[in-house]
Design a protein around this ligand. Structure first.
Ligand code: NAD
Length: 295
């Protein structure tokens, strides 16, 4: 069994980005610029945004954080996005989700200029991804693909079972794994809350992507020998032994599942770190496209 090490792979990607920024063509220009909007002060969202900003600084990107009150109007958020869309100094825009209930998330996502859609949630990005065209791929599925690529895992002809069908993880990773690409070329089964016989389906999988948000859901009896298991889940579980008062748990019962796997991602230290690296890649690509820099 080999651990798919998100720390190692994300660091390799960040090192590569740092080198690219020091190359001719980049040195004379301003750095890539990611603008993040955070509405309200949800604890997990605060942590994610802080981490994205810290990682931008680490690779030499500029970042801006626009904070809005939880009760801010939809109009206010719309006007901030419109300003960022027009701002020539901004390459990538991300609106941290989830948004407060009174704001229409779909409307907000659709407003972001597709050329700056580094989260890859705009329907234009989704449409291009489905057709296998170059685009911004949502950071978590993109991070998983980068991880598979780094470890040169041969996915061709494998049966991949994706548990979860959300627009940010399950649906896009199921599409990416089924494309005629490398990694890709899998036969994909998408499972969700209405799926019957989930255990039987998982037992037929060569690759399982668990993205449902239920800690320890995927147990050893659901996994065949030598499977590749990708754990996307991140759930905060109360833990009085931790200074923060909670522990981060994945969707996989890691200690019992890992011995059966050929490869497995840990939580933390797996897909979460790759998500940030993928966001940096998207921001870098948005920047080179906008400034017409060869990358
Ligand atoms: P979501 O709630 O939008 O979707 C969950 C999906 O799981 C749904 O499609 C649902 O049908 C399915 N599901 C729920 N219960 C099920 C069951 N019993 N059997 C089969 N399917 C079931 O969640 P999401 O936004 O896709 O996130 C999923 C998990 O991934 C969460 O823990 C989230 O925190 C985590 N996440 C991690 C990263 C990362 O960077 N590692 C990024 C995004 C999300």
């Amino acid at each position: 069994m080999e651990i798919l090490d998100g720390k190692l792979v994300s660091q390799a990607i960040k090192d590569k980005l740092k080198i690219k920024l020091s190359e001719p063509g980049h040195q004379d220009s301003r750095p890539p610029h990611l603008a993040a909007i955070l509405v309200g002060n949800d604890g997990a969202s605060e942590t994610y945004v802080a981490s994205k900003i810290k990682n931008c600084a680490e690779v030499g990107f500029k970042s801006s954080l626009i904070r809005l009150e939880a009760d801010c109007t939809e109009e206010k958020l719309v006007s901030e996005i419109e300003k960022l869309n027009k701002n020539e100094d901004v390459d990538g825009i991300l609106v941290q989700l989830p948004l407060p209930k009174h704001i229409n998330e779909e409307k907000i996502i659709n407003l972001i200029n597709p050329a700056k859609d580094v989260d890859g949630f705009h329907p234009v990005s989704t449409g291009r991804m489905v057709q296998g065209l170059s685009t911004f791929i949502p950071a978590t599925p993109y991070g998983i693909m980068l991880m598979l690529e780094h470890y040169k895992i041969d996915t061709s002809g494998k049966h991949a079972v994706v548990i979860g069908r959300s627009n940010i993880v399950g649906r896009p990773i199921s599409i990416l794994l089924s494309l005629n690409t490398n990694p890709g070329n899998c036969t994909v089964t998408v499972c969700h809350s209405r799926t019957k016989n989930l255990k039987e389906i998982c037992l037929q999988a060569d690759i399982i992507v668990a993205a449902l948000g239920k800690p320890g859901f995927l147990t050893a009896d659901m996994v065949k020998e030598n499977s590749i298991v990708i754990d996307v889940g991140i759930t905060r579980v109360p833990d009085s032994n931790k200074k923060s008062g909670f522990a981060i748990k994945g969707d996989v019962d890691f200690s019992n599942v890992a011995p059966k796997c050929s490869y497995i991602t840990p939580v933390p230290g797996g897909v979460g770190l790759m998500t940030i690296a993928a966001l940096l890649m998207n921001t870098y690509n948005a920047y080179t496209q906008r400034l017409k820099i060869n990358n």
